[in-house]
Design a protein around this ligand. Structure first.
Ligand code: KG4
Ligand code: ZN
Length: 342
């Protein structure tokens, strides 16, 4: 069995060929970071245009690396929810065209479920049932994951996603986009205890939710004070050491919230495994603190390896589950930008 998986939900154009036993025959990710960098965040219209340019070369290169031809494929899978509408449409249109031309079945992939499934692909162990934590630029959510495609939302962010907070705070500190890796790099030289930033909602263990906007404002006020604008200009006047302290203290607060709420979710559900995926799971401090929490609280922890945290098509291997169950889609399948199907 060979499935071509496509991923264009946000700002990475990615394709992968998945073979038997979740073996990855080839994978390509074309990043758009350079395009969005000067805006400090993803610009949806630019993202979909870049996908249009990249999708065919990315598919060609993936097949070349996999050493197979289009006709060797058994199915085409594509992430059609959730994500940016225009970006999703490019992947879906490409997948439909291939299915139509080749006479192969179409498989729908839920991008959030795929982020959790990345752990199964990487560790070749079945993590289900588990608590799933997805922390990315667009999502900070906890799920009860009974099976690869059976998720129930436990709770999510009530304002910004964790990655979004990293990106916005990085912009305030005058650091480049994407903000997560930039903050991590600068934070290595800073003190995580330099500023006592808020850890919102951690004192409400029953409430499985995140909030990062208060934390973001707290960083802003350290730079400019209420009512004033242009924190990046203020940051440019500060010595490197102070930027490092702000970055380290901010990162520590986000990590404490993510780890703390995950522990609360494990306790509340009685599940004994936690799977983590999404771009923010690439954060070194997060991985370190999550691993100590797993040891301390005695749960099994799977964090996707770095290359499978940020968006990629390898995690589209979840399509194998649908392929085996014969769950194929008609060619009038639509995108669902905000809707997360169970
Ligand atoms: O999963 P992803 O590639 O795309 C979405 O689906 O959003 O996640 C991208 C997000 C960005 O906000 C980026 O700043 C963040 O993941 N990120 C990180 C790190 N690497 C990427 N955040 C913290 N630390 C990192 N090392
Ligand atoms: Zn993602």
């Amino acid at each position: 069995m060979k499935i071509l998986a496509l991923e264009t939900t946000c700002d990475e154009t990615a394709a992968a060929v998945i073979g038997d036993d979740l073996c990855v025959l080839g994978s390509v990710v074309a990043s758009q970071d350079k395009i969005h960098e000067r805006f400090g965040g993803v610009v949806p219209e630019l993202a979909s245009r870049a996908h249009l340019e990249q999708i065919l070369p990315v598919i060609d290169e993936t097949l070349r690396r996999s050493g197979i031809a289009l006709t060797d494929l058994d199915a085409i899978a594509v992430a059609n929810t959730p994500g940016l509408a225009g970006s999703l449409l490019v992947g879906l249109a490409a997948a439909k065209a291939l299915c139509f031309a080749l006479g192969k079945p179409l498989i729908a992939v839920n991008h959030l479920q795929a982020h959790v499934y990345a752990c199964k692909v990487a560790f070749k162990e079945d993590p289900f049932p588990c608590v799933g934590l997805i922390v990315s630029g667009g999502h900070s959510s906890l799920y009860r994951c009974e099976a690869p495609t059976d998720f129930t939302l436990l709770g999510g962010t009530i304002d910004d996603a964790a990655g979004e907070a990293f990106d916005k705070v990085a912009a305030m500190l005058g650091l480049p986009f994407p903000g997560g890796p930039a903050i991590q790099r600068v934070a290595e030289k800073g003190r995580p205890t330099a500023h006592a930033f808020p850890r919102s909602l951690l004192d409400e263990p029953e409430r499985l939710a995140f909030s990062f906007s208060g934390l973001k404002t707290a960083v802003r006020y350290k730079l400019v004070g209420p009512g004033k604008s242009d924190p990046a200009a203020a940051a440019a006047q500060l010595p490197e050491k102070e930027i490092a302290d702000l970055a380290a203290s901010f990162q520590e607060a986000v990590v404490d919230c993510l780890v703390g709420k995950s522990v609360q979710a494990v306790r509340q559900t009685g599940l004994t495994t936690l799977c983590v995926g999404g771009g923010v799971a690439a954060n070194a401090r997060f991985r370190q603190k999550m691993e100590s929490a797993a040891r301390k609280h005695g749960f099994r922890l799977f964090i996707a390896p770095l290359s499978l945290c940020t968006d990629n098509a390898v995690m589209g291997a979840i399509a194998v589950e649908r392929f085996k169950a014969g769950l194929f889609e008609p060619l009038d399948l639509d995108v669902f930008p905000g809707l997360v199907r169970g």
